[in-house]
Design a protein around this ligand. Sequence first.
Ligand code: SAM
Length: 452
Amino acid sequence: MTRETARGMAAQILTRVEVEGAYANLLLQRTLAKLSDPRERQFITLLVNGVLKNKLTLDYALRLHLSKPMSALPHEIRAILRIGAFQLLFVDRVPMAVAVNESVELAKSFPKFTGLVNVVLRKVLANGWNISWPDAKRETVRYLSVRYSHPEWMIQRWLKRWGKDETEALCLINNEPAQTWIRTNTLKISRQDLADRLMGTGVLVEFGERVPESLRIQNFGAIEGLEAFKAGYFTVQDESSQLIAHVVSPEAGQRVLDACSAPGGKTTHLAQMMKDEGVIVAFDVHTHKLELIEQLAQRLGITCIETRLGDARDLTGIEPCSQQRVLVDAPCSGLGVLRRRSDLRWQKAEGDIQDLPVLQLAILERAASCVDVGGDLIYSTCTIEPEENFELIKKFRSAHPEFEPVNLADALPFKLEDPRDLQQAKKGMLQLLPQRHGTDGFFIAKFHRTGS
Ligand SMILES: C[S@@+](CC[C@H](N)C(=O)[O-])C[C@H]1O[C@@H](n2cnc3c(N)ncnc32)[C@H](O)[C@@H]1O
């Protein structure tokens, strides 16, 4: 499997992810950094992310033609089979014969298994999507789980909350390739000028509709290689994540605390909105992650951020009632961004959703104590699970009558229309859902401190 083809490199990454538990996105980044051909980069990305996301479905389809479970095969052969089956079932533009033959070529380093790879993939090709799935009515959880490659515990939670159609819609979106959004660095350039510059270099650009700084880009090769990137004219940040700084709405000259700030996407956005005037104290528990904030701030030409290493449950050195805006962008299960993080669904366990709220509430409590009377507290997550969102805020509010909800319909940079959203927004909360809003799954809550 040493062949330096796109498929060979993808198979190596997938094998290392499975054997070593390595982070797929880091391995992918390292591999892509060595490649200049945009089509090769895109193809490897498609294969790695596609196989990781659809692993359960691919294994189900492959298993129908295997006499032994996948776990009885060497890791490399599993990766080769999955890459082959993924192309046959999910990728239109690869000719079927090429998908099979290239997998067989890769398997030649494992002569004992070359024949098996050939036979199994030819059967997958002949069968296509004509697969006998578990019964969708009687075994709905299992059906949705293998059909859309999600853990059963996630499906169970979502089915209870939203029923079959919405759960299916969410799974489908989670399996789509993620789009790339960038945020204009308005300290240096306007969105229109940035769009013109990028288009001038062949990048495809669309204006975001929800956030005034956002652009969606395609066809850009290596982002770090773009002149506009090197000049600090933008940073990569999903559009729903860009909503948060608008909800915080800080003003130039203010004292702002960002309790969980790395790698600094929202911190630097806050700094932009403050025209780089005032002070943002940015906490995080990981030293290496604080360095990422510092590097980002430097590239964007931002100087008003002071990074601090520390636990947000303590926020050592921050006086009570000392901050005009406090953001808690809490560590969370991340179940709202499964489209963006292809192996996340396999890394999480249902127990995480029981454990995380303890940490989230402790951080929120301590951060709230730092908000000055007349100041605002904002809590956000990139998850769609109520324990980490609505239920947590309910607990917080019952203990803190001094915090009053701010109507999010007035705080967001786009118009809310769904009556359910408008009702939540009045209570200071909003849950964005991929299947309803077409965004990543984000939760935002905002409260104004009226007393001490
Ligand atoms: C959702 S991420 C923050 C993303 C960041 N706000 C951004 O927009 O780039 C949550 C962060 O919380 C940090 N974290 C986890 N536990 C923490 C704790 N107890 N105190 C402070 N930070 C913590 C993690 O290291 C992670 O960087």
